[in-house]
Design a protein around this ligand. Structure first.
Ligand code: FE2
Length: 214
């Protein structure tokens, strides 16, 4: 893996490469490129596609239809036993709105987010801290966060505090803005929450979920 960024890719977070910390969010133009390969080049990791779907509008052939309202900060695939590490949104059609924002774990009160939440999965349910520290340098961990899918486990007050921590941090979110057709966002789905603002008109995106392999 070369690690060289495809021409034109903009590193979004952490914004500066000065401290040597690996990037966890980029914006780039697909130009018909192989998105898996581009993601491997940007992350410097070997990746595998877990799911690759087109999210369209009512009346389209696809199964998945975009929610038009404000899609509050979340991680993708909270229902999977292990959510995908990386996520790509590739905008295919966009009329107006749909601005994207990012909320990296550095902005979050991870202590408040250690609250346990329950998510339904195809096999039953998973009970897990919203922020689960993982082995590695300080700050290594995994978020699993989607307010409309989380069920309070034993401690509803703790889940409320976790949700409040996300609301409190929202003011510091990074504004990505609206992606034009042909533009893509690649995000570390374990450590960066994303939000999509309300949109109008037609909006069609291709969404890929990627896991690291080896
Ligand atoms: Fe999402």
């Amino acid at each position: 893996m070369s690690g060289a960024a495809p021409a034109g890719a903009v590193r979004l977070w952490p914004a500066g490469a000065g401290d040597g910390s690996p990037a966890r969010a980029w914006r780039f133009r697909s130009r018909g490129a192989d998105l898996l390969r581009t993601a491997e080049e940007l992350t410097g990791r070997r990746l595998a596609v877990v799911r690759d779907v087109t999210v369209g509008m009512p009346g389209d052939d696809g199964e998945l239809v975009a929610q038009q309202g404000d899609f509050w900060f979340h991680t993708d695939a909270t229902f999977l036993p292990e959510p995908p590490h990386w996520m790509i949104i590739a905008v295919q059609e966009a009329h107006a709105g749909g601005e994207l924002e990012l909320l990296p774990s550095e902005f979050l009160d991870t202590e408040a987010l250690s609250a346990e939440a329950t998510y339904l999965t195809p096999d039953g349910a998973v009970h897990t801290p919203v922020w689960e520290p993982l082995p590695g340098p300080p700050g290594t961990g995994r978020l699993r966060y989607r307010e409309d899918r989380m069920l309070a486990g034993g401690d509803a007050a703790a889940v409320d505090r976790a949700q409040q921590a996300v609301s409190d941090a929202a003011a510091h979110a990074l504004t990505v803005g609206a992606l034009a057709p042909g533009e893509c966002l690649l995000v570390d789905n374990w450590t960066v929450l994303h939000r999509r603002r309300t949109f109008t008109g037609r909006r069609v995106i291709r969404r890929l979920w990627l896991d690291e392999t080896g």
